[in-house]
Design a protein around this ligand. Structure first.
Ligand code: ZN
Length: 255
């Protein structure tokens, strides 16, 4: 496979068309770590009537459990991209997310805004330590990675590829880290969300944000019930990201 081939869009298109089985994609992805699958960024799901919800920068001891309760009430599953240092601080919250059946992804150890300048060794530690912390807290090795701020560099991609993790981006976001009311957030999200979307929201506050000391993501939790009801009214199904990407074969955990 040529290193310049954009495999992932082709693979997703093939999955959507039913011409590539999820087992084949999984085998390919596990056994061909040099392929660009691992350096591409997943920015959507194949299902036309489905969306996948993701929550970044937690776990947060106040907001994450509130979001879990709302997701449980609506019977939907989401993916939480967690910061390693926060998992170290709140392992019980990470464990609760896992026990509720949601997927936990790796969102780096420190969420450093200047990480784009760093070496492969730096990223090996950022990815590897977070894999270890999440596995210790939940018993499940993460299978997905999302870079801080979504920035992908060659060094980061190499370290992530060595851990056999696909890089997950997003196609839609509510900008819920900015000040605003829950109502405005719901309106903005519902206007923008359509099928195939991976939606970026936040359950935690990135410690390097300028307003980190005073900010919370409470308004995201407050907006969530109306957002979920609005998605249902638009006939959009909320799908678990992993299953949406690999619909038939599932994904085996590796200790
Ligand atoms: Zn983040």
């Amino acid at each position: 496979m040529a290193d310049t081939t954009p495999i992932l869009p082709l693979a997703l298109a093939a999955l959507a068309a039913g011409t590539l089985s999820s087992a084949a994609l999984l085998s390919y992805s596990v056994f061909s770590p040099r392929c660009q699958f691992w350096a591409s960024v997943v920015r959507g799901i194949p299902q036309r009537d489905g969306v996948a919800l993701t929550f970044d920068d937690g776990p947060d001891p106040e907001v994450t459990p509130r979001i879990l309760d709302i997701l449980a009430t609506h019977g939907v599953q989401a993916t939480f991209f967690m910061i390693g240092r926060k998992v170290e601080k709140h392992p019980e919250v990470a464990a609760r997310v896992h026990q509720a059946g949601h997927t936990i992804g790796n969102h780096s150890l420190d969420h450093d805004h200047f990480g784009i300048n760093r070496s492969v060794d730096y990223w090996r530690k950022q990815v590897g330590e977070t894999q270890r912390l999440i596995t210790e807290a939940t018993g499940q090795r993460p299978l997905l990675f999302r870079p801080p701020m979504g920035f992908k560099t060659r060094s980061l991609a190499r370290a992530v590829r060595e851990e056999r993790l696909p890089i997950i981006g997003w196609s839609q976001r509510g900008y819920d880290t900015r000040p605003g009311t829950p109502d405005a957030l719901v309106r903005k999200l519902l206007k923008r969300t359509s099928g195939h979307d991976i939606v970026l929201l936040h359950d935690g506050v990135d410690a390097q944000r300028r307003d980190a000391a005073s900010a919370t993501q409470r308004h995201t939790a407050e907006a969530l019930p109306a957002y979920l009801e609005g998605l249902a009214a638009k006939d959009l199904r909320v799908l678990p990201l992993l299953e949406a990407l690999l619909p038939a074969g599932g994904v085996q955990s590796q200790p």
